[in-house]
Design a protein around this ligand. Structure first.
Ligand code: ZN
Length: 133
């Protein structure tokens, strides 16, 4: 069974900590040992795991991506005008796996799961599949 989380973003580039929502899905599944796949079914968004302690880390990643992949570039061909969002989506990736152990996500102390918006604001979906060991 696939579970779905709904995410609402409020700006073009934004990282949202979804660790709590993913954790709740793991708890409600009743699965104690296994793997949790977090999957983003969008071409201009992504998911990543990184630091949840200092918010400057996620801000730095977001700003560096924006600087590295500018919104406008005369070399872009995609007529929709959001090539930068597509590029950043592929750079960050559409899925992340976390080990489930003892009924919980086995994340490192400083790790959180982040939904990455690159073409917001939008309503988005995140799919979660928890596979029993
Ligand atoms: Zn596009």
């Amino acid at each position: 069974m696939i579970k779905e989380i709904k995410v609402s973003t409020s700006s073009r580039s934004q990282f949202l900590n979804i660790t709590g929502q993913v954790s709740r899905e793991v708890s409600s599944s009743g699965i104690k040992e296994g793997v949790c796949t977090v999957y983003v079914p969008h071409t201009t968004a992504a998911v990543t795991i990184n630091e949840n302690a200092d918010p400057d880390v996620m801000e730095d990643i977001k700003n560096y991506l924006d600087k590295t992949v500018p919104w406008s570039d005369p070399d872009y061909g995609h007529a929709e005008g959001n090539s930068a969002a597509h590029i950043k989506s592929s750079m960050m990736g559409s899925s992340a796996d976390v080990i489930v152990s003892g009924g919980s996500l086995n994340l490192g102390t400083w790790q959180g799961i982040y939904f990455c918006e690159f073409d917001g604001p939008r309503s988005r979906r995140v799919w979660i599949k928890i596979i029993k060991d």
